[in-house]
Write a protein that binds this ligand. Structure first.
Ligand code: ADP
Ligand code: ADP
Length: 232
């Protein structure tokens, strides 16, 4: 089954002679339960693709199907609900709230939506991510790898079907990166998550089931079971 599909996706920023063609007719499908890396040089359109697929940014033309529903025809209210229930985000800079504990940060999406956590799911995430002993700590008392694992738990707490990760290991050392990537890989297998990750790092991409390479707003390569050698 297909989790996310882009059909003839075009994104143009600006107009006239200042127009930037960030996505040039992109066609791609992401299967459920797969971990895909998106690579390519800076400015090639990776972030734009993530933002439009996630409904954070509107497309100029084309369609995006998320679990079969066309998000390009949704209004703001529908998009907000979709982001809340179906999509998780992991950012390079973690984006944790400094005044709150790890536990409060993890539960924040549910708190904001006025929802009660599924305690079993919370416990499973916390234990799988090795955060049990850190729940009462604030972000500045955690290492970078721990902060990113808190951010991952926060992205997964509402059981989204699709998780978007923008350079999730960009601020981490190689040991913490390996921890985070192993978890993402396992999450795909054990929890059935679909993960789409932008990365500059060939080693990070080698954890994915598939790597898509972007250049100048288009897909120029699509590789199954990428190796680090192949991607660098
Ligand atoms: P990448 O993530 O691969 O670095 P981006 O998607 O950020 O690439 O950018 C693709 C192109 O679109 C670049 O030329 C960038 O400068 C341009 N771009 C991105 N966002 C905007 C924006 N909000 N306004 C104008 N141009 C933008
Ligand atoms: P990254 O590639 O790490 O995501 P960027 O520097 O490409 O970071 O983009 C950071 C933010 O700035 C994004 O939200 C993007 O849409 C916006 N952006 C990128 N290029 C431009 C641009 N030329 N004009 C305006 N906004 C831009």
């Amino acid at each position: 089954p297909i989790a996310v599909e882009a059909v003839d996706l075009v994104k143009v920023y600006g107009a006239g002679e200042n127009a930037v063609h960030a996505l040039r007719n992109v066609n791609v499908t992401f299967e459920r339960g797969k971990f895909t890396a998106i690579m390519g040089p800076s400015g090639s359109g990776k972030s734009t693709l993530m933002h439009t697929l996630a409904g954070l940014d509107s497309a100029t033309s084309g369609h995006i199907l998320l679990d079969g529903a066309d998000i390009t025809t949704m209004n703001d209210k529908q998009l907000t609900l979709l982001r809340r229930h179906k999509i998780g985000f992991i950012f390079q800079s973690f984006n944790l709230l400094p005044m709150f504990t790890a536990e409060q940060n993890i539960l924040m999406p549910l708190t904001l939506a006025g929802q009660k956590p599924d305690r079993k799911w919370f416990d499973m995430l916390v234990d799988t991510l090795g955060l049990r002993e850190r729940l009462g700590h604030r972000p500045n008392e955690l290492s970078g790898g721990q902060q990113q694992r808190v951010a991952i738990a926060r992205a997964l707490i509402s059981k989204p079907s699709v998780v978007f990760a923008d350079e999730p290991t960009g601020n981490l050392d190689s040991v913490s990166s390996a921890e985070v990537l192993s978890f993402l890989k396992r999450s795909v297998k054990e929890l059935g998550q679909t993960i789409i990750m932008v990365t500059h790092d060939a080693v990070a991409a080698s954890y994915a089931d598939r790597a898509i390479v972007f250049a100048d707003g288009q897909i120029v390569a699509d590789v199954d079971h990428p190796s680090a050698d192949q991607m660098s």
